[in-house]
Design a protein. Sequence first.
Length: 122
Amino acid sequence: MPRRELTLPTRAGDTFVVTPGSDGAPPLALLDAIHRDLRPRLGRIPVFGDEQLRAIEAPRLVIVGERDRLLDSADTARRVRRLLPHAHVRMLADQPHFIRGPRDARFSRRRPARHPRRPMTS
């Protein structure tokens, strides 16, 4: 049977490589890191009203996970497309609410500037 590994980075900068143990339990250090980094939301998730969304003038890229269990991703995508026709909406198949890991690189790449940079003056 091939060995399976799962690499898990944390906000604290730790990285864990998890392999199945004899008892199937995750390492205690990993559980400590999850507990340290987890910040549960106790209140209701805030939702922008239609007028608030329409008022956004900055370029918009909305990324939603198809398997989001906190929000209705399909409804969110439809609503953004209806209220912000120039927004870019991406629905990621098989992704949850919190998209983390190597997939993030697709969205963090900088696009070339549209205007040449001006020299800085002091």
